[in-house]
Ligand binder design. Structure first.
Ligand code: PGA
Length: 242
């Protein structure tokens, strides 16, 4: 794992965008693995700026997102479909139909999960995967568990995740309790992974991911086994590594 510590959120966001932009320039038809959350917003802003400036184009790229709440309307202001539209898709030049966010209406979740894995596999797997990390060590909605789950699946959100995400909803009770999420197969199958963590509330999870044992109790620790991971941290998120 290559660890890069930068001063603050802004410099981390710009560096993450530069890494992604370089990959797009090298391979314009790249398969992007995209993440939601507060962390990648600055990176998406910078990618949108680079696209508007004509430095990169998403016209030949495709994207697959990590996860979505179950039981949320895709037009809900906190749905991850909406998040991606607002923070990236509406600002750059992806072709219609080339962006994908997992979804299940709950009628046949197993089939929806299988279809998502098949679609990622048919696209050739992920070229570059963007990740954040939860304060509990989750990646996508792979929550602390007794086992690593390989396939896309429906999961119950961890209590810590519900508390962390309550800031986006009117109350904790309004946070959806389940999500559809890619498993470790899609993530670990990515050719390259860029994981971003900023802020002191991520320092514990970062320390365990990097220095702890590889365990499904800290899902991000599996990244120790991937051959090409860049971990971008601000000083606050890195402070336990010193
Ligand atoms: P955050 O979420 O960027 O909103 O902190 C990260 C995550 O849960 O992966």
């Amino acid at each position: 794992m290559k660890i890069i510590v930068l001063k603050d959120y802004d410099t981390v966001s710009k560096e993450a965008a530069k890494i992604v932009a370089d990959e797009i320039k090298a391979n314009p038809s790249i398969v992007l693995g995209l993440a939601t959350g507060s962390t990648p917003v600055g990176m998406y802003n910078e990618l949108a700026r680079l696209c508007s400036a004509g430095e990169i184009s998403f016209a030949d790229a495709v994207s697959y997102n990590l996860d979505e709440y179950v039981g949320i309307d895709i037009n809900h202001e906190q749905s991850y479909h909406r998040f991606m539209d607002e923070n990236l898709f509406s600002k750059v030049n992806f072709k219609d139909g080339s962006t994908h966010v997992p979804y299940t209406d709950g009628a046949n979740p197993d089939a929806d999960c299988r279809a998502y894995d098949e679609a990622v596999a048919a696209a050739g797997g992920i070229g570059i995967q963007i990740l954040g990390i939860g304060s509990n060590g989750h990646i996508a909605f792979n929550e602390p568990d007794d086992v690593f789950i390989r396939r896309t699946h429906i999961t119950s959100l961890d209590e810590q995740t519900i508390r962390d995400n309550a800031r986006f909803f009117d109350s904790e009770a309004d946070v959806p309790k389940q999500a559809i999420t890619v498993g470790m197969g899609v993530i670990m199958g990515a050719k390259k992974i860029v994981i971003i963590a900023t802020g002191a509330n991520k320092a514990d999870a970062v320390y365990k991911m990097v220095r702890g044992e590889v365990t499904p109790r800290v899902p991000a620790s599996i990244l120790q086994l991937h051959q090409d991971v860049v971990l971008l941290l601000d000083e606050a998120a890195a402070h336990k590594l010193a």
